[in-house]
Design a protein around this ligand. Structure first.
Ligand code: BTN
Length: 274
């Protein structure tokens, strides 16, 4: 993939712009990055609050050549790439199925993948929002501290983090300062390219699932609840299907296969299991 980064000071949404560019024929690898978004979008119609320079607001145009059944793996592949990007800056994140990255149970990154038909065929737009200083409040429907940021995890003093934080100074991972958006974007595009190539290789889908397994505590043995079409499914995670769908083993021993939905972690012992 040939990475070509287009940067904006202010934009409505980098995903909306990338969708527009893909429909106009943009090639694979076009990335849209903005310092702020005025209409940043999250999943399920939520808003992604995008204050200037408080996060990385990034979208890439992909034109995948994988079997349609494996398209959902693009979100998993992106989670793996974001995981390794954060690790490069001293942050050890967990990938929460299917498209969030968390640190200590709090969200540090959200991923929004959208597809569109274009004159050149199907395009997938992968939007990535990483909290650098601001903890994105939009993801916090319950009103608790559900979000965190790179700066908070590196415990940067408030002055160095642009006044956004008030946590005690400390050093984590040898870093005292969060990366700039361009440093983050450079690392992210490196890992996205790497894992996207893997997805397209022989045995690519199985390899991506295995890489995801190594980076996520949600792969197996995690008590979770998910709401699907008003049904509440509770149980213990039991691996992924070849297309990335989540298997949940229920108390009666049956396995539910979840293709999409918001998974909520349950306290240990909260889910009944044989
Ligand atoms: C979610 O967790 O609900 C997904 C959030 C995705 C946010 C990113 S920020 C860059 C890109 N542009 C958008 O409008 N949304 C995505």
């Amino acid at each position: 993939m040939n990475i070509n980064i287009l940067t904006f000071d202010t934009i409505d949404s980098t995903n909306t712009e990338a969708l527009k560019q893909a429909r106009l024929g943009a090639g694979e690898g076009l990335c849209i990055v903005a310092r702020q978004q005025t209409a940043g979008r999250g999943r399920h119609g939520r808003t992604w609050v995008s204050e200037p320079d408080a996060g990385l607001y990034f979208s890439v145009v992909l034109r995948p050549k994988v079997e349609t059944q494996f398209l959902p793996l693009i979100t998993l592949m992106t989670g793996v790439a974001v995981h390794d990007t954060l690790q490069e800056f001293g942050i050890d994140a967990d990938i929460k199925w299917v498209n969030d990255l968390h640190v200590d149970g709090r969200k540090i990154c959200g991923i929004l993948a959208e597809t569109t038909e274009t004159p050149k065929g199907l395009a997938v737009i992968v939007g990535i929002g990483i909290n650098i200083t601001g903890g994105n409040a939009s993801v916090n429907e319950r009103g608790d501290r559900a979000a965190t940021s790179i700066a908070e995890q590196l415990s940067v003093p408030a002055e160095a983090a642009g006044g956004a934080l008030s946590v005690p100074p400390a050093v984590a991972g040898g870093l005292t300062k969060p990366p700039s958006t361009s440093e983050l974007a450079e690392s992210l595009t490196k890992y996205l390219t790497y894992f996207y190539d893997i997805l397209h290789s022989d045995d690519g889908p199985a390899t991506i699932i295995d890489e995801w397994r190594k980076r996520s505590t949600y792969f197996s043995g995690k008590p979770v609840r998910v709401v699907v079409d008003k049904d509440i499914i509770e149980g213990i995670t039991d691996g992924l299907e070849p297309n990335g769908a989540l298997r949940i083993k229920r108390a009666d021993g049956s396995v539910s296969i979840i293709q999409a939905g918001d998974v909520e972690r349950l306290r240990a012992g909260a889910a009944r299991h044989p």
